[in-house]
Ligand binder design. Structure first.
Ligand code: MG
Length: 257
């Protein structure tokens, strides 16, 4: 497994071969590749609980709190009760994969299309889950990390200084900048798959956004006028990506809304 905890936002530098690819799929992890959000699961069952978590989410909506601070409070409430190793085992036992993701990943790899995870979660949990759900793999992960808190428990270590803790657009920008130098017909196509508000800044950098049915990202797309394609699971994304890769449709034709 190639894992990239990348505080300098240099995915294009650590993996320069990615700049040569014709297509790349950037994807969120929790709630997108997985059916449920692993951090919410831990918080609801082993931390502050669902009601308190929703209260924090409301404070983020009304901008009383940044997502970054709210998310840390959630995870700290888990860390006082469960060690990091226990959390890793819990998510491996409980969190399920999107039913279409494995077939989607196999198609992408067979077509030399990299799939890159951009996540606000913690790298050790994501890599353990991916290993468990899809087996040995080389999926690059750009995310937050985990370290020791002053109290001796574990705590999240953020990727950057943004209010989300990880500004996902930072990893994509070098790619979109580099392709501007290419002639129009040779520019790569970038896809993004996500479900939450932290995906919006990254999605704006790409050509086709897949937004998960029934989740917040769709509301944000609607209010900001961002085109998107709804997906229920990765079988929808597979069909659409195939249409683009095999030349039947353009990304713009698929982004329907
Ligand atoms: Mg998500």
């Amino acid at each position: 497994m190639t894992t990239v905890y990348d505080p300098a936002h240099t995915l294009d530098k650590t993996h320069p071969e990615l700049l040569q690819k014709k297509f790349i799929v950037f994807t969120d992890f929790d709630g997108t590749i997985t059916r449920t959000d692993s951090n919410d699961y831990l918080t609801d069952n082993f931390g502050m609980g669902f009601a308190a978590r929703r209260k924090l989410a409301d404070k983020v909506l009304t901008e009383e709190l940044t997502f970054r601070d709210a998310f840390k409070q959630m995870l700290d409430s888990v860390a006082v009760n469960k060690s990091f190793d226990e959390c890793r085992q819990i998510v491996v036992d409980k969190i399920e994969l999107d039913p279409g993701f494995k077939v989607f990943l196999e198609y992408c790899l067979s077509q030399d299309i990299p799939v890159i995870v951009l996540s606000g979660g913690m790298e050790p949990l994501i890599s353990a889950l991916l290993q468990n759900l899809v087996g040995p793999n080389e999926i690059p992960i750009v995310s937050n990390g985990a370290g020791k808190s002053p109290q001796g428990t574990w705590e999240i270590t953020y990727h950057d200084d943004s209010g989300f803790g990880h500004d996902k657009s930072l990893a994509i920008k070098p790619f979109t900048e580099a392709r501007k130098n290419l002639p129009e017909g040779e520019r790569p196509t970038y896809f993004y798959c996500g479900d939450g508000v932290s995906d919006l800044s990254a999605a704006k950098e790409t050509d086709l956004l897949f937004a998960k049915e029934g989740h917040d990202l769709i509301n944000y797309c609607k209010s900001s006028g961002m085109p998107y394609r709804v997906f229920k699971d990765f079988s929808t994304i597979l069909a659409d990506v195939k249409d683009v890769v095999e030349g039947r449709k353009t990304a713009a034709e698929i982004a329907e809304n």
